[in-house]
Ligand binder design. Structure first.
Ligand code: 5GP
Ligand code: ZN
Length: 116
């Protein structure tokens, strides 16, 4: 289930502290340690999944749940109306630095497109 030496698994197990905003049996939401926008939180499944390439049909409920949680957090943090972005980086060229699938929720400023 969990992966040894995975920083996000350690956050799930509360071995590494974080500023947590939300938790349920499936997911955790916490502030990114290096925020790229006034609102920058990370939504992760509690279960270790390396990256988006590892998702399968059985993951669909979890991924749907993550997006509904993201929407609720966006409302709670007051960016639902102004707008926000949900990003999941995959692999080297996608810019993934933590090998535990996660979704960035960014908002609170005008975001550029396309991303760099
Ligand atoms: P990635 O680069 O894989 O798309 O996103 C990983 C994110 O996790 C980065 O935005 C990085 O700042 C964040 N991060 C890495 N380590 C920690 C940590 O120990 N605590 C928190 N809260 N965020 C982290
Ligand atoms: Zn992990």
């Amino acid at each position: 289930m969990e992966k040894k030496d995975c920083i996000f698994c350690k956050i799930v197990k509360k071995q590494i502290p974080c500023e947590m905003l939300y938790e349920d049996d499936k997911v955790m939401v916490f502030k990114d340690i290096s925020p790229q926008a006034p609102v920058h939180v990370v939504i992760i499944p509690k279960e270790h999944i390396d990256d988006l390439n590892c998702l399968n049909q059985e993951s669909s409920e979890l991924i749907g749940h993550i997006f509904l949680v993201a929407k609720k957090i966006a409302m709670t943090l007051g960016i639902a109306d102004s707008g926000y972005r949900i990003v999941s980086n995959c692999g080297e060229q996608g810019g993934q630095s933590v090998q535990h699938v996660h979704f960035h929720l960014l908002g609170g400023r005008m975001l550029q497109w396309p991303p760099g």
